[in-house]
Structure formats: C-alpha cells, structure tokens
Design a protein around this ligand. Structure first.
Ligand code: AMP
Length: 214
C-alpha cells in the first residue's frame, strides 16, 4: 500500500506516521528527515541545502526526487508512507510516473487540516530524540519515562532549528501557495481524504485507519 500524508509542519503527520510504521509495517519516507540526515552527514547535498532549510524554504525538486528515488529502490516490496512529499506539483507528477513504471499506485492521500493557531502551539512545544528523531511535545506527548526516548531509549533531546515562529510563518506561506495544486491534483484523482488534525491524536489515528481500511 502506498500512502501520502499531506499537511504543514506541526500538523501531527509525523506522530501518525510513527504509529503506522511501528504497528502496520510501513516504511516511513519523510523528505524532511532525509534532508536532515544529509545535513547531519555533511554530504554535498547537505551543505548545499543548509541555508534554505534553516529559512524554511522548499528544496529543489531535483534534490528531493533523487533522495526519494533512492528510497524507492531500497524498498521495492514494502508499504510506503510518504510524509512531507510530494510538496509541489512536479514532485506529485514525478511520483506518479515512477509508480506507474513500477506498476504501483497511491491508495490514499491523507490531508491534515489544522488552524494556524494550533500549528504555532504545536511547534512551540516540539522536541525530538537526537538518536532516532522520535517526536515529542511538551506537554502533550512527553516520553513515558522522564528524559528517556520511548523508541530507542536515547537520553538526548533537541529542538529543530527551523521550529521558530518566524520560520514557521514562512513555511506556512510556502505551504499554502505551493501545496494547493498538489491537493487539487489528488482531489481530481479521488484520492484525497481530508481530516481535522486539531482533534486528539487517538481520534486522528482512528480516522486514518478507517481511510486505509486497517
Ligand atoms: P518537514 O520535516 O517535512 O517539516 O520539512 C522540513 C524542511 O525540509 C521544509 O521546510 C523544507 O525546507 C524541506 N523539505 C522537506 N520536504 C520537502 C519537499 N518535498 N520539497 C521541498 N522541500 C522539502
């Protein structure tokens, strides 16, 4: 099964993706995580994208598609969950082409709808595990044991440098302008399922599971 999560940063898609990965065997392909890994490893791409990432700007389609294609080659048989991709119409079209060649298709595009006020509140409390990037939120989603990551038992946490209100404002602006055609693209294909992502995590999860017939 191939699923796309569409929604701005902080809408909760990372948390839901983590659930599907842990409980339903999805390979979670987050282009944000792939880009951050390039930065952490100081690759050529990592150095090239540093400034745009820090400013919340979109990274070029060429770079994104190269990273995604690498993942598609790595996991030819798995259920895939795309998170934060596609974000532009050319990315959506390129994904269609690659999948068609592999005789695959997207089952569902989950559209996370959430107010700007909620997004700012979520971003403000967000922190991640340094070792495995598991997402937490103070006070809504704290690790079960204080200071210890639920997923990998790591004990170091950090915040993302682009999780600042002024950068979020830019990311939202880009999101609204650029993602609108992506949403329309999938709506036209009758794949788009919009949910109210301001609901509690469990309710959002139930809705996603029903969309995916899981
Ligand atoms: P995210 O972790 O999805 O919030 O992404 C963090 C940042 O990575 C974004 O603000 C963009 O700078 C970049 N990024 C992630 N995914 C994409 C994408 N599909 N296309 C372009 N830029 C992206």
């Amino acid at each position: 099964m191939i699923v796309v999560f569409l929604g701005p940063s902080g809408c909760g898609k990372g948390t839901q993706a983590e659930y599907l990965k842990q409980n339903h065997g999805f390979i979670h392909i987050s282009t944000g995580d792939l880009l951050r890994a390039e930065q952490d490893n100081k690759t050529e791409i990592g150095l090239q994208i540093a400034e745009d990432m820090a400013n919340g700007k979109l990274i070029s389609d060429d770079i994104i598609l190269a990273l995604v294609n690498k993942q598609l080659d790595l996991y030819p048989e798995s259920s895939l969950l795309f998170d934060g991709f596609p974000r532009t119409l050319p990315q959506a079209e390129a994904l269609e082409n690659v999948l068609r060649e592999a005789h695959k298709e997207i089952s569902c595009v989950v559209d996370f709808s959430v107010s700007e006020k909620d997004l700012y509140a979520r971003i403000e409390g967000r922190f991640i595990c340094v070792k495995c990037s598991a997402l937490y939120h103070d006070p809504h989603r704290m690790p079960r044991e204080h200071g210890v990551c639920d997923v990998c038992s790591g004990t170091e946490f950090t915040t993302r440098p682009d999780d600042k209100p002024e950068v979020l404002a830019k990311r939202l602006e880009w999101f609204k302008n650029i993602v609108a055609p992506v949403r329309a693209f999938y709506k036209q294909k009758d794949l788009l399922k919009t949910l109210d992502a301001s609901q509690p995590i469990e309710q959002v999860r139930e809705e996603i599971l029903s969309f995916l017939h899981l």
